[in-house]
Design a protein around this ligand. Sequence first.
Ligand SMILES: Nc1ncnc2c1ncn2[C@@H]1O[C@H](COP(=O)(O)OP(=O)(O)OP(=O)(O)O)[C@@H](O)[C@H]1O
Length: 257
Amino acid sequence: MALLEVKNLTKNFGGLTAVQNINLEFNKNELIGLIGPNGAGKTTLFNLLTGVYRPSQGEISFEKGDKTIAIGKRKTSDVAELGIARTFQNIRLLKDMSVLENVAVSMHNKYGAGIVSTFFRLPKFYKAEKQVTDKAMELLKIFSLEKVVNEKARNLSYGNQRRLEIVRALATGPDILFLDEPAAGMNPKESSQLTKLIYQIQRDFDLTIVLIEHDMSVVMEVCERIYVLEYGKVIAHGTPEEIRNNDKVVAAYLGGV
Ligand SMILES: Nc1ncnc2c1ncn2[C@@H]1O[C@H](COP(=O)(O)OP(=O)(O)OP(=O)(O)O)[C@@H](O)[C@H]1O
């Protein structure tokens, strides 16, 4: 059974159909690429899968324990709490908070000590605080951000801001992580380091990762399966090898690469 399954998903914006009758499946522990030309509907699909947009038609179901949960009508915060995390194309950090605070805020729900113990600073509060800090530091180390924990997020380099975004998403303890162009704006060295990290965290954290990425070297190197979108429709899916040799894909997207 797939971890997340999409059936006949459609999203209309007025007269424009951004996502049209899409069917797809993401399995547990898979690293999946989502590619396609500009305007193909990739971000709209992410927004549908994470509760930002309501589908015009179709179903999204998520397996949680032994339950199948319909995502289509849930709020973003509910979807996140179920174990579906994401990053955004345009970085969305708490820019005036420190790196550590950015991660701690993401973890808040998971390790929250409750309003009473927080207010009266009961032992439970300090225990929860320490748990949050330890866990945040552990994650920040994986992304080589441990030396900048006290910096304001706005002062980080662009590459580090992108990495912090991923740490914040990971800090929510997701089952599935959607990364919207994580290597955008990075230089080739940063992008290659990030590729290795994505590969590593998918394995170490037992995660399903779905990646939108224009950098073909990243997608082809790490993804086990790839879906290709064009004009809101899935025009191909398969292994990197199959996608590389698919005539429709070459014509639509890879031709110029
Ligand atoms: N909120 C919205 N209102 C109206 N049209 C929208 C909205 N969001 C997206 N669209 C349109 O839907 C289509 C798909 O856009 P989307 O951003 O999902 O594509 P994309 O594949 O992510 O593109 P890119 O690679 O450039 O980010 C585009 O024609 C876009 O203009």
